[in-house]
Design a protein around this ligand. Structure first.
Ligand code: G
Ligand code: G
Ligand code: MN
Length: 396
């Protein structure tokens, strides 16, 4: 049994080596796309391109049956060139169809840097399809950093210098994670799903620290391999910006993904939204003081996030949860609504300084200090700290 299995593995291996050209030319390689969701909004923020091989002889080949082989045999550039081209074409089709667009990220292997000029390849795809550069994101796996580190360091700088965002994939799976972060500048960290396999107190603390550290050094965060609602809730609570995993959808063909997003009410965020959320996303919400994030479209305020401490203060005044806060904001009488509006406008004008205001709520005095984290005319994100002054007076 074992040797039969081994024999077949070897057979597939040599088949892959001798048929990669054919597979690319004849379209046996298919690109699947997995949705990436922004935790703060629940909107579609991107997708990852993942290669699949549907073979006429062997049927469906798993990536681990062909990617390591292609890497070892120095043939991986054949696949990755094709994947990059397909991503570009897919984006062009979306633009032509006037469909909403989110960026696509694709995987680059360490070996690719030896086998091709990855940047020229991407530039050609961007030029041919007339794409904005920020529609394509580059994922480099952590283990790629171990060898040829000088060369890869230069490449990353070139990518970034040319306007491409570079992500560190599989963070935490290798051996040199922290060193990698010290020596290279990445735009986003993809936290490896292995961290989430054991979803316990220790792993939660590790993930919390990783997210805090990333924000402290100005790197965005994405958690992959997210499968449960509980994991989503946790990642949102610590301010992890994006989530990818079976919970929101498996990798699937593009057209299927469109249908999937429709069924799941996953709407694509706009580029302007993305820009604003990215900026606000670096704000650290894990702190002892009570903070909340408010979305402001110039008319209405909406609480999108509250940390534990904030929730506690609100509970103290008999308001439990974000939904209740949003309901109260929504049902304010005109005079109070106007006052809140005036306050929000003052916060926006005084950016980036904090602006204080005291509100009376059911006989209690709440002091709010807020500042605008990011925004464009007509849409801003504010962070607000809150103190229950009544309680302070009571306890004296
Ligand atoms: O879906 P998942 O099983 O797709 O992918 C398995 C592994 O293969 C992952 O580590 C992923 O990064 C890698 N991978 C998937 N698609 C590609 C690709 O197009 N190019 C490269 N280099 N790696 C890929
Ligand atoms: O490029 P990277 O090594 O990050 O590849 C992502 C891999 O993780 C792919 O093989 C993809 O199919 C897989 N994957 C994506 N989401 C989930 C998930 O929620 N659970 C598990 N077990 N695997 C996932
Ligand atoms: Mn990846």
């Amino acid at each position: 049994m074992f040797s039969e299995h081994l024999r077949q593995e070897l057979e597939i291996r040599s088949y892959v080596i001798s048929h990669i050209d054919e597979a690319v030319e004849n379209g046996y390689i298919e690109i699947y796309y997995q949705p990436v969701v922004r935790t703060l909004t629940g909107k579609l923020a991107g997708m990852e391109a993942l290669a699949r091989w549907r073979d006429p002889v062997y049927g469906f080949l798993r990536p681990d049956q062909f990617i390591p082989v292609l890497e070892e045999e120095r043939l991986i550039d054949k696949l990755d060139r094709y994947v990059i081209r397909e991503c570009g074409r897919q984006l062009r089709r979306q633009i032509d169809a006037h469909r909403p667009i989110v960026p696509i990220s694709f995987n680059v292997s360490r070996m690719d840097f030896q086998l091709m000029d990855v940047l020229s390849e991407i530039e050609a795809v961007v030029r041919e399809n007339e794409l904005p550069r920020d529609y394509l994101r580059i994922e480099i796996t952590e283990t790629a950093m171990v060898q040829d580190s000088d060369k890869i360091l230069k490449m990353i700088d070139r990518f970034r210098g040319n306007g491409y965002s570079v992500w560190l994939d599989d963070f935490g799976s290798g051996y040199s994670s922290l060193n990698v972060l010290k020596d290279y500048h990445f735009d986003e960290l993809k936290i490896d799903m292995e961290f989430l396999r054991a979803f316990n107190d220790t792993s939660r603390k590790i993930i919390t620290s990783v997210v805090m550290m990333a924000k402290a050094i100005g790197i965005h965060t994405l958690a992959e391999g997210v499968e449960t609602r509980e994991q989503v809730r946790f990642l949102r609570s610590i301010g992890c910006e994006k989530i990818q995993g079976y919970h929101y959808g498996r990798p699937m063909p593009y057209d299927e993904l469109l249908v999937h997003c429709q069924e799941r009410h996953l709407r694509a965020e706009t580029r302007e939204e993305a820009r604003i959320y990215e900026k606000a996303g670096l704000f650290n919400v894990i702190m002892a003081s009570p903070v909340a994030l408010f979305l402001d479209d110039g008319r209405n305020l909406y609480m999108a996030y509250e940390n534990d401490a904030y929730r506690k203060v609100m509970k103290g005044v008999g308001i439990s949860g974000r939904r209740a806060v949003n309901w109260i904001i929504h049902s304010l009488d005109d005079a109070r609504k106007e006052r809140l509006r005036a306050y929000a406008d003052r916060v926006t004008r005084n950016r980036p300084c904090k602006v204080s205001e005291t509100f009376l709520l059911d006989g209690r005095r709440l002091r709010v200090r807020a500042k605008t984290l990011a925004g464009l005319p007509g849409f801003h994100i504010h962070m607000a700290e809150i103190v229950d002054l009544t309680r302070d007076a009571d306890s004296l």
